[in-house]
Design a binder for this molecule. Structure first.
Ligand SMILES: Cc1cc2nc3c(=O)[nH]c(=O)nc-3n(C[C@H](O)[C@H](O)[C@H](O)COP(=O)(O)OP(=O)(O)OC[C@H]3O[C@@H](n4cnc5c(N)ncnc54)[C@H](O)[C@@H]3O)c2cc1C
Length: 464
């Protein structure tokens, strides 16, 4: 089908946020107040931090400040793959922290189990489905890479099932598939906006004071407490947790480690039973392909297909603009790839197209730290992989602020920082050349050029 025709009526807005169930915003912060803990950011990172702060100690006074609306940013517009991995995939974790990967994987699995339990405990209606993830190979080199870690996967006790061509096509039928792996335990599908709104309501029920449309513009530390100022008010906190994602950080040092990268997605209209039968997908897994520039896709609870990824766009100078959330060149490319993957769905139309920002760092997984004499903690850099991992990061922030050493804070992964990006304009040059090299590797059977091999050796890279 002509991609332009399939896209013709697609709304230019994130599907998940385009929901009549979106709650009215909670009141702005007006006047001065005080709290034991102030959380900045109303995405998953901030929401989990506020919720678990109250669950750990119900008597603690907690205020959450969100600059716009709860879940409006990455948290409400992502693919909804809630992954157990805390390292942006096993391969990245093995490469960087081989000595502690078993503990990291265990903590990641527990984190996902606890997310499921929290959703049930608080009655959050976010269509949580523990389907696992199917990683498919569309080229032989991808299949080889998928099989590379199968022995380690076994040792780590992970439930990964290798699938040959016929087996993978029995799960989901695309003529482009050569084989795959089904990670049965490590991923759940959910509606991210409804999770964010549900977490907001759970926070409020536990007594967190949530203020939306309250951007923190300044942070003053008097040596004993930190005061955060918004346009109409201020709050003094004994402790502060930053879950501000990729947005201009209140802690200047973070800007060296983070770059804003746009990721794009499409949503189709609901499939009819006959269309669904054409492609199978009875086990409803989330799917990603094994390319460097990968697609991710999944079913919604009403059997639409979300189809995203491939292009991960850095605008020179690290520019962030509302208009960048729409990129027709990428939407047409994505729609074309969709019909190449599922020719059986010819005639299906897209209803939504959108983009969003991810907080990319050079190690592809979050980093953590403290400032202001230990009164402030942060967790950022999830690089397109924060739906589940933000809850782990929230626990790390609470551990750090409590001053206690825990199994989490002992990890080298938690104590180490990524390599910073060079300053602009070198940063743009390096990133664009890396993106070009990655695209070329995909075209040349995964063969990495000298530049990518050098970055690999230094433990650096660019991903989404
Ligand atoms: C298109 C897309 C698809 C993705 N797909 C997946 C996926 O399938 N699985 C996955 O695991 N991850 C995915 N991700 C990434 C995932 O969405 C993020 O890692 C995660 O949501 C990060 O949550 P966060 O709370 O750290 O950041 P955000 O959701 O960006 O929230 C940060 C919040 O902080 C607020 N804020 C910032 N500064 C201030 C301030 N000064 N004062 C007050 N508030 C402030 C912002 O307004 C914002 O609401 C995807 C991302 C995108 C864009």
């Amino acid at each position: 089908m002509d991609p332009l025709k399939a896209l013709a009526d697609a709304e230019r807005t994130p599907y998940w946020l385009d929901n009549p169930a979106r709650p009215e915003p909670l009141p702005r912060l007006v006047g001065h107040t005080a709290a034991d803990l102030v959380v900045v950011g109303g995405g998953f990172s901030g929401l989990w931090t506020a919720l678990m702060a109250k669950e750990r100690d119900p008597s603690r006074e907690v205020v959450l400040l969100e600059g716009r609306r709860i879940g409006w940013a990455a948290s409400g517009r992502n693919g909804g793959f809630c992954l157990a991995t805390l390292t942006h995939g096993l391969a990245n974790g093995l490469e960087r922290w081989p000595d502690e990967i078993d503990r990291i994987e265990r903590m990641g699995a527990r984190n996902l189990d606890e997310i499921e339990r929290t959703i049930r405990r608080h009655g959050i209606d976010c269509s949580f489905e523990r389907t696992g993830e199917l990683i498919v190979a569309t080229e032989q080199w991808q299949l080889d890479a998928l099989h590379e870690h199968l022995d380690i996967v076994g040792e780590l006790g992970l439930d990964h099932v290798p699938l040959d061509r016929a087996q993978v096509r029995a799960q989901l039928d695309s003529p482009t598939y050569l084989g795959g792996v089904w990670d049965r335990g490590g991923c759940a599908m959910l509606d991210p906006a409804r999770l964010a709104w549900g977490l907001r309501d759970a926070c409020v029920r536990l007594g967190v004071r949530v203020h939306e449309r309250s951007p923190v513009r300044a942070l003053d530390d008097d040596g004993t407490a930190i005061t955060l100022r918004t346009p109409h008010g201020s709050v003094t906190g004994a402790r502060v947790a930053l879950g501000t994602g990729v947005f201009p950080p209140l802690l200047r040092r973070l800007k060296h480690y983070l770059v804003p990268v746009y990721d794009y997605a499409l949503m189709t209209e609901p499939l009819s039973d006959a269309q669904l039968a054409e492609i199978g997908w009875r086990n409803r897994q989330g799917v990603a392909d094994g390319a460097n520039q990968f697609h991710y896709y999944r079913l919604t609870d009403d059997n639409r297909i979300l189809w995203g990824g491939y292009d991960a766009v850095y605008y020179n100078g690290g520019l962030v603009k509302r208009e960048y959330e729409q990129r027709d060149e990428t939407f047409v490319k994505l729609a074309g790839h969709f019909f190449e993957t599922f020719p059986q769905l010819d005639g299906l139309r897209f209803t939504h197209r959108w983009g969003g920002l991810i907080d990319t760092c050079s190690r592809f997984s979050a980093f953590y730290g403290q400032a202001h004499g230990g009164r402030l903690a942060y967790a950022v850099g999830y690089t397109g992989n924060g739906v589940g991992a933000t809850r782990f990061g929230a626990n790390v922030m609470l551990d750090l602020l409590s001053g206690e050493r825990t199994e989490r804070t002992e990890l080298r992964m938690v104590r180490e920082k990524p390599v910073p990006f060079p300053p602009e304009p070198v940063r743009s040059g390096v990133i664009q050349f890396t993106r070009w090299s990655i695209a070329r590797a995909d075209e040349r059977q995964g063969k990495r050029n000298l530049w990518l091999r050098t970055l690999d050796r230094m433990g650096l890279g660019f991903d989404s």
